[in-house]
Design a protein around this ligand. Structure first.
Ligand code: AKB
Length: 317
């Protein structure tokens, strides 16, 4: 059984990925790590260790001591937070990823997975059905860091034969942990506000289309890519999507379940970030090379989110 170490374990994706990996690979074989003290829930089904990837001695020692085969490096600042503090984004996202890639190379780990994002694209990228291989000139600190990760990772594949893999995640919608500091966060916040207050003020404007995905599909594509046979992979960084919608469309879908729900719009600095990203992306490379296919579209995701979140918050609708 492979032993997997995950960074950023109590972030939005990590929180649910850890559980799914532990079910598949066994609790003891999945080492959840984070820079801060974890929520108690992470400790229940397997080991949690405190790790700061900026400390390369600690990183290397832990990978050796825990006999790790695969590292999934999820720790990252998101787009909004990155714009507030670009220097911190450089350290956390670029130096952090470099340390992880170097550790993988030096210690000869089997595989490294580091997420990319739709933020790796920029204003000069075609916006509709954006191809996998296309011009990428992002205009955010977060986007620049993701391009670095993809290119440095792919360089290590060619130069050192490293097994680097990456997914360009769209906005991820989930009911467990909240996302923190992203441009697509509105698509999660809207559910909390719809259930609690029956109204939501969106920080993205009407008509702002972005690629999105529900968490069960995010977990599925992450594990599917880890397990894909290396010989099938032509690419190493993949577009990945499940749906694409604008704020008024998710609001209309929520209204089908909560008729009193109302949305209003007060775009902030994240509007400009959203406008620099694709509206929809073409994930045919992922479909062709490792059989990607999402399970949730907008209506299915909204129905499931409302059911889960209403239980969690203890509110009916
Ligand atoms: C963000 O909005 O910053 C992230 C992303 C699309 O990578 N959710």
């Amino acid at each position: 059984m492979k032993r997997i170490l995950v960074t950023g374990s109590y972030g939005q994706i990590g929180t649910e990925l850890i559980g799914a990996l532990r079910q598949k690979y066994g609790g003891e074989n999945v080492i959840a790590t984070g820079r801060k003290k974890p929520p108690a829930v992470l400790k229940e089904d397997g080991p949690y260790l405190q790790l700061d990837v900026m400390d390369t001695n600690q990183l290397h020692a832990m990978l050796v001591d825990q006999d790790i085969d695969i590292i999934i490096h999820n720790a990252s600042l998101l787009s909004g937070t990155g714009e507030k503090n670009p220097q911190l984004a450089f350290h956390t996202n670029i130096v952090g990823a470099y340390n992880v890639l170097e550790a993988t190379r030096i210690l000869g780990l089997d595989q490294v997975m580091i997420p990319s994002s739709i933020a790796a694209f920029g204003p000069s990228t075609p916006k509709d059905n954006t191809p996998n291989d296309v011009i990428m000139r992002p205009t955010t600190a977060y986007g620049v860091s993701k391009v670095f990760i993809e290119l440095w990772g792919e360089y290590y594949v060619k130069r050192y034969g490293l097994d680097f893999r990456s997914l360009r995640y769209p906005g991820i919608i989930s009911s467990e942990a909240l996302p923190g500091g992203g441009t697509t966060d509105y698509a999660v916040e809207i559910f909390y506000e719809a259930l609690k207050n029956k109204r939501y003020t969106s920080f993205l404007d009407k008509g702002t289309y972005l690629p999105m995905m529900y968490m069960p599909d995010c977990i599925k594509c992450t594990i599917d890519l880890i397990e894909a046979p290396a010989e099938n992979l032509v690419h190493r960084s993949f577009n990945i999507t499940a749906m694409s919608f604008a704020p008024e469309e998710i609001a209309a879908e929520i209204k089908k379940h909560i008729p009193e729900f109302e949305i209003s719009y007060e775009p902030d600095f994240r509007q400009q970030i959203a406008e620099s990203w694709p509206k929809s992306i073409d994930d045919s490379a992922a479909r062709d090379e490792w059989g990607w296919k999402p399970d949730y579209d907008l209506p299915a995701m909204v129905k499931d989110m409302l059911e889960r979140l209403s239980k969690k918050l203890g509110v009916s609708y």
